[in-house]
Design a protein around this ligand. Structure first.
Ligand code: SDX
Length: 439
């Protein structure tokens, strides 16, 4: 059933009454299958001449979606109704990507066909090698990824027509399958090593790690425990409702921009330290703290608003409880460090002590600041030998499945229209122009 049909089918609750400047209007209230009800204020401006004002969209539902549900107070995250820890423990990333895209888990035959189709799209056009060579070797890999993702539109003209469902599906396969290749190429280019081609007999995470760490000089075997951990981490990062980068993708897509350009916009938004860039910032923070004995001093700085210092990897716009992804990542971290014989990793000791202190400190308790998805992921990546500049790139590789599923859901909605918010204008009123000679 299409999203819009479900919205109309939702039981109409008692309408909301709103009065402003002597005008009283009624707005429909819709109830979803879970989560807060919504007041449909789309007629507010035409009925009252007023806009709503909600910077940061703290109280705004930008769309109707069936993909991901979050309950921030209870620390719940579900993709298409399945709890994130159940999916992380029982599925692989491509199975979860299929679920996000299609709404149901695949049966054996569907999964084999989906995996095979993805495999056949992992290679990128050979000309892309020249695009990479145009970047300085020291470029931040997110800059390379933003450029490379958008550049796919220059190569794949047969999947640019956003009004053709088949081309939308083809671009979804291409983006999910090629992001790991682009990411590994960004890493190889930054360390001056040759690009490694995808291997069709490998699984998604194994192939990604092979492209990252293999060289043409000798056979490289990916540690299966690390490949499974990487695959699980990708699942945990795959989607997250209408976060900043997903909203950016939807906003870009609402103008009819092609999906490659929309993913590039999502990568740009994810790069920020308040969003996906936080995993890199967490490692920098732990390294800056340097030793458990320095934690009290650091916490003091965090509490001093003037310092501008934040406890990176903590806090969340929606979760006012422990991020369920952080719980799975904490378990995965111990598994990876155990496998690598690094269980006494100094950064882990600092992270665990920092978490213990923060969770017992009134400042963080009253603000409901808990570890989020970024708090532990960086330590796992670092233990795997992945440089911190690549952490947000891995986030983008995973989130591409969510971004493209959300984009597809929006494009499948016949009522989709260009997103065009308004504003509260507090600038100058009309004034007389003064020619340059008289200023
Ligand atoms: C992701 O939206 C998503 O779903 C994102 C994400 C996804 O999967 O897509 O989950 C991925 O982006 C996770 C978040 C990663 N970012 C970080 O770890 C950066 C550190 N966190 C903060 O920047 C902050 O917590 C945000 C941006 C995540 C959320 O900020 P909000 O919701 O705007 O909350 P706020 O800034 O209004 O904070 C409320 C209070 C403030 O103090 P007071 O003004 O009330 O005194 O809490 C304080 C803030 O100063 N606060 C923090 C803090 N986060 C909030 N204080 C210290 N350290 C922090 N990390």
């Amino acid at each position: 059933m299409a999203a819009t049909e479900k919205k109309n089918a939702a039981p109409a609750l008692t309408p909301a009454t709103f009065s402003v400047a002597g005008t009283t209007v009624e707005f429909p209230v819709y109830q979803g299958t879970e989560g807060p009800n919504v007041v449909d204020i789309s007629k507010l401006y035409s009925d009252t001449g007023h806009f709503t004002f909600d910077p940061g969209f703290m109280s705004t539902a930008s769309c109707e979606s069936k993909i991901t549900y979050i309950d921030g107070d209870k620390g719940i995250l579900r993709y298409r109704g399945y709890d994130i820890d159940t999916l992380a423990d029982n599925c692989d990333f491509l199975e979860v990507s299929y679920l996000l895209l299609n709404g149901e888990l695949p049966n054996k035959k569907e999964k084999e066909a989906f995996d095979r189709k993805m495999t056949l799209h992992t290679m990128v056009h050979e000309q892309l090698h020249f695009l990479y060579r145009g970047f300085p070797r020291a470029s931040h890999p997110m800059a390379v990824m933003a450029g490379a993702a958008a550049s796919l539109a220059a190569f794949y003209h047969d999947s640019l027509d956003v009004n053709d469902p088949e081309q939308r599906e083809l671009s979804a396969y291409r983006l999910i399958a090629k992001m790991p290749t682009l990411a590994a190429m960004a890493y190889k280019y930054s360390i001056g090593q040759p690009f490694i081609y995808p291997q069709n007999e490998m699984g998604f995470a194994e192939n990604f790690m092979h492209m990252m760490f293999a060289t043409p000089c000798e056979k490289y075997t990916v540690n299966p425990v690390l490949a499974r951990a990487m695959d699980r981490i990708l699942t945990l990062h795959a989607d997250h409702e209408q976060n900043a980068s997903t909203s950016t993708v939807r906003m870009a897509g609402s103008s009819g921009a092609n999906p490659f350009a929309c993913m590039s916009a999502g990568i740009a938004s994810l790069w920020g330290p308040a969003h996906g860039g936080a995993n890199e910032a967490v490692i920098n923070m732990l390294e800056e703290i340097g030793d458990v004995k320095n934690i009290p001093e650091f916490i003091k700085k965090v509490k001093d608003k003037q310092s501008g210092v934040k406890l990176m990897g903590f806090g969340h716009r929606v979760y006012k409880n422990y991020d369920p992804r952080a719980k799975v990542l904490r378990k995965t971290l111990e598994e990876v460090l155990g496998e690598l014989g690094k269980i006494d990793e100094p950064l882990l000791k600092i992270a665990i002590e920092l978490e213990r202190i923060a969770l017992s400190d009134e400042y963080f308790i009253e603000r409901k600041l808990y570890p989020n998805v970024d708090f532990y992921s960086g330590i796992i990546y670092r233990a795997m030998g992945i440089p911190s500049k690549l952490f947000t790139v891995l986030f983008a590789v995973a989130r591409t499945s969510g971004w493209i599923a959300q984009w597809k859901e929006m494009m499948d909605d016949p009522k989709n229209k260009i997103a065009r918010p308004r504003q509260l204008y507090t600038g100058e009123k009309q004034r007389d122009f003064i020619p340059l000679g008289k200023r």
